[in-house]
Design a protein around this ligand. Structure first.
Ligand SMILES: *Cc1c(COP(=O)(O)O)cnc(C)c1O
Length: 382
């Protein structure tokens, strides 16, 4: 397969070839890169939970049950821990039920391909996460990508389409590469007017944002027909879930292929997630969210002063710093590394051509002086 080497070569010369870095220390506020500790501004560990003793201890205790769940939930893999976690998440979201998946990616592809099919219409935001895009493709429904966060365009599409099938509108709540938020109230209204279902992917929001950490739908005071959450980011563990009605979750148990045909999460992961939900439901969660919000405010004001604040950013821990070309992006990322900061550059195909960027991800683990120093370094390298 000689074409592989050719394609890799082409990626290399376009500054688009990717490689792995090894991080053997648990990345927290600091992360070791090239054998030196750097301030970590690239992880999704928004609340620092991946390091919490409560989670580590819960995982350790569960090891009595062994390391693997041994089968899918529908065969022999269904543990009390999985059911407890689904109940705890349903309570966290104030919804009827939750269906757990092995990752956010699997939740999206399982959900979307189960509820939508040939003859149906899906309207999907231009900047939705890759797992949403893949779920839409798997469903074989007709897919129309609408301009980013444009409820009028959604309304016009729904108005014009008379396919007779089911209609779905799908949006991330916080967009992973821009940190901006979808106009969820408007989307809910448009869906209600045109009899469409609303699916919202809250992977970046759950745990960290919104009142009690329940996400942006809760903040906007709306209920989607299905909410997708992730346990690998603010919850510091791994997994994904769909929150909604009992019927939806029963349906997914029967029809979501990534649920039916995949080994259940191991006990240690489910136990860590359960401990995370318990922690984030208490005042400790409120404290962590308040700290994160302080850092977000500081970053927003600092970037504004440097004229580096992207429009729409400033309400979530994700801040894009647009750098343009892949080469310039790599140079800026290296410049930050030289100054003691790890901040990953993002290039096509993760973002559109010409929109390469540094992506700063804040965490409640950061100290105010960490953010201050990053701002100073950014003013030098960008
Ligand atoms: C991270 C992310 C996912 C995927 O979640 P994993 O648990 O990492 O597979 C899905 N959707 C969005 C919006 C995400 O940011």
């Amino acid at each position: 397969m000689k074409f592989l080497a050719d394609e890799l070569e082409a990626l290399e010369s376009a500054h688009l070839r990717r490689s792995l870095r090894q991080h053997d220390d648990q990345p927290g506020r600091l992360i070791e890169v090239d054998a030196k500790p750097r301030l970590n501004f690239s992880s999704n560990n928004y609340l620092g939970l991946a390091l919490r003793p409560e989670l580590v201890e819960a995982a350790r205790e569960s090891l009595e049950m062994g390391t693997g769940s041994t089968a899918s939930r529908l065969v022999t893999g269904n543990l009390g821990l999985h059911e407890d976690l689904e109940l705890a998440l349903a309570k966290f979201h104030g919804c009827e039920a939750v269906r757990l998946f092995n990752s956010g990616y699997q939740a999206n592809i399982g959900l979307i391909s189960a509820v939508a099919g040939p003859g149906d219409l899906i309207l999907s935001d231009q900047l939705n996460h890759a797992s949403v895009i893949d779920g839409c493709r798997l469903s074989k429904a007709e897919i129309r990508v609408y301009p980013h966060s444009d409820p009028q365009a959604v309304a016009a599409e729904l108005q014009a389409s008379h396919s007779g099938g089911r209609r779905f509108v799908i949006s991330d709540s916080v967009f992973s590469m821009d940190g901006d938020m979808a106009p969820l109230r408007e989307l809910r209204e448009v869906c209600d007017q045109h009899e469409a279902f609303l699916i919202v992917d809250e992977a970046h929001a759950v745990g960290a944002l919104g009142p009690t950490g329940a996400g942006i739908c809760a903040m906007a005071g709306i209920r989607p027909d299905a909410l997708v959450g992730g346990l690998g980011k603010s919850f510091g563990s791994m997994g994904g879930y769909v929150a909604g009605s009992v019927d939806l979750c029963e349906f997914l148990l029967n029809r979501a292929r990534s649920f039916v045909f995949s080994t259940a999460l191991p006990p240690a992961v489910a136990a860590a997630s359960l401990a995370a939900v318990a922690l984030l439901s208490k005042s400790a969660g409120d404290d962590l969210r308040a700290t994160l919000n302080d850092r977000i405010d500081q970053m927003r004001d600092g970037l504004q002063a440097l004229s580096l604040l992207s429009s729409g950013a400033g309400q979530s821990p994700i801040f894009p710093i647009l750098t343009g070309s892949p080469a310039k992006t790599l140079e800026c990322s290296q410049g930050l590394l030289d100054r003691g900061f790890f901040c990953q550059g993002i290039r096509p195909p993760t973002v559109e051509k010409g929109k390469s960027r540094l992506r700063v991800a804040l965490s409640a683990l950061h100290q105010p002086e960490d953010v201050e120093e990053l701002l100073a370094a950014l003013s030098e390298v960008v």
